[in-house]
Write a protein that binds this ligand. Sequence first.
Ligand code: ADP
Ligand code: MG
Length: 268
Amino acid sequence: MAEPIVEARNLVRVFGGGRTWYGAKKPELRAVDDVSLSVQPGTTLGIVGESGCGKSTLARMLTGLIPPTSGTIRLEGRPIARLEGAEKRRFHQTVQLVFQDPLSSLNPRKTVSQILAGPLEALTDLDRTARRERVRALMDEVGLRPEFIDRYPHEFSGGQAQRIGIARALAVEPRLMVLDEPVSALDVSVQAQVLKLFRDLQERRRLTYLFISHDLAVVEALSSEVMVMLEGKVVEAGPRDRVFRAPRHDYTRTLLGAVPVPGRRRAA
Ligand SMILES: Nc1ncnc2c1ncn2[C@@H]1O[C@H](COP(=O)(O)OP(=O)(O)O)[C@@H](O)[C@H]1O
Ligand SMILES: [Mg+2]
């Protein structure tokens, strides 16, 4: 096996705890509780579990937005805790996050051109004209018409807005994309189109995905490996087909039992 693109060991993230100013103990919540994972380049690890099980907290640690309480994260072999300067810049180029709610994650006062050129300006040496060319190419790649380059996010539908979010993540040529419920806010028909876009992009750019969702059907559609979380812990992990066809843990079976019959899925 190749070196994993990302590897996490015994990650713990505690919220709360400590004492208030008058000395009372504050309750402690282990949002992520001893999670280890390893993702091979070009594959997709699906992370599934119900709301509140710690998925987003895990995503935020893996993308460097919050530090773990304990445990280590290595990106292509390098521990991310100690990155500084140019190495830190490279880390943020390598790893990008796509959020659930496209509209609230895009600045409403910026045009698509400004939104997509921002990361290019911060992380590349391209001049203004070259940046605008790149923005058009990115829009085309995610299925947006380049002539909409000077429009604002609210002029787009939810699915199109998520494509802008995806293009923004792609702008800096990441190798790992952490997708946190990226289709959960979209209509079912639009979900399928955006999932297809993720699949096409992965093939074309050899991307590695960490794909987070509470929806098993969506995870099954995209993942090579699957990890099931419950209350901050991993209850089951393995190749997708093994986990879906022969679940070992009761909780996975319960989740699978709750998956609606294909074709009769309720709108999310
Ligand atoms: N910044 C925070 N401060 C305190 N508690 C938090 C914070 N972020 C998340 N939590 C708590 O951690 C748990 C896991 O949250 P989260 O990672 O968002 O779960 P998920 O993404 O699976 O829905 C929840 O109980 C949530 O309320
Ligand atoms: Mg979440």
